[in-house]
Design a protein around this ligand. Structure first.
Ligand SMILES: [Fe+2]
Ligand SMILES: [Fe+2]
Length: 312
């Protein structure tokens, strides 16, 4: 059950003061930074092709196979920004505080893909031809929200998604074992964190305004959550590799993404709900318990697989 079109519009209007307050807060705490400072330009050389430089070879990369997979996945996810912008501009509008946020968010997100690409190409970490083909392929597919025109579902989704992206960047940086990469991804992760805080505060305001509808949205989104890059070619295989490496797995998703947001907003303690609100809260509780069990099972299977591998 979602609110109809007229109530979507009135919901956006009722949330606008919160958007304005949190936009102000965001602009105060977000520190200006310069992606070019994070890229080791002196390591760069021309590539083969138009400039007749050195062709790319796999042994030029100092990163492991899994680190490269994770970086490319994160980069392609960032690359789809025009689709994300389209989705949120259509949903939230381009006027008033909502519009200012939509454009500011897009501008901040815009530096993530360029900075990661600059790093990867300068350090020759990945095959530049394969990367460009993957970008063309992925962006040609685009991204569409799974939640139609529901404002509340969208706010719930981006709250979890920004935190998931933060954790994925930070852990990819650590896993890379390359200080330059880690520094860059840690900086990008700080941006994602402020985006998460913005949307989480908005979700909190939605819980105060329409608790049962917000609960329904959160329960639906938690149970169906997919990473924004899920439409990417070979996403399944890549995400298994990333989970096996401990960069992003069910345990992390449960403990470091869903739980902190739900706890911060005291979602499971909300009272005064309608029958559907109560049911949504129960569904959410059941889903979290199942996810917790699945996370344990995965962690055990992974430990056993690593154990087997170390005996060979
Ligand atoms: Fe980003
Ligand atoms: Fe983001």
């Amino acid at each position: 059950m979602t609110a109809g079109h007229a109530s979507q519009t009135s919901l956006l209007r009722e949330l606008e003061p919160t958007v304005e307050a949190n936009l102000g807060r965001h602009l105060e705490v977000a520190k200006e930074w310069f992606p070019h400072e994070y890229v080791p330009w002196s390591e760069g050389t021309n590539f083969g092709g138009v400039l007749g430089g050195k062709a790319w070879e796999p042994d030029q990369s100092r990163l492991s196979d899994v680190a490269r997979t994770s970086l490319v996945l994160n980069l392609l996810t960032e690359d789809n920004l025009p689709s994300y912008h389209h989705e949120i501009a259509t949903m939230f509008g381009r006027d008033g505080a909502w519009g200012t946020w939509v454009h500011r968010w897009t501008a901040e997100e815009g530096r993530h893909g360029t900075a990661i690409r600059d790093y990867l190409l300068t350090t020759r970490a990945v095959d530049p031809v394969a990367l460009e083909r993957a970008r063309m392929n992925h962006m040609s597919t685009g991204f569409a929200s799974d939640y139609g025109d529901s404002v509340l579902h969208s706010i719930a989704y981006v709250s979890f998604q920004e935190l998931a992206t933060r954790v994925a960047h930070r852990n990819t940086g650590r896993f890379s074992a390359d200080l330059v990469c880690e520094q860059l991804l840690a900086r990008i992760a700080q941006d994602e964190n402020l985006h998460m805080v913005f949307y989480r505060n908005l979700l909190g305001a939605a819980f105060d305004l329409v608790p049962s509808l917000a609960m329904r949205a959160v329960a639906d989104v938690a149970a169906t959550f997919q990473m924004p890059g899920a439409g990417m070619e070979n996403f399944g295989r890549k995400s298994v590799q990333i989970a096996m490496a401990g960069i992003y797995d069910l345990r992390i998703h449960h403990d470091e993404v869903l739980t902190p947001i739900l706890r911060n907003l005291k979602v499971l303690d909300r009272a005064g709900l309608t029958a559907d609100g109560e049911q949504a809260r129960d569904e959410l509780g059941v889903y979290l318990a199942e996810l917790d069990t699945a996370a344990d099972r995965f962690t055990e299977r992974r430990a056993a697989a690593h154990e087997r591998a170390s005996r060979h």
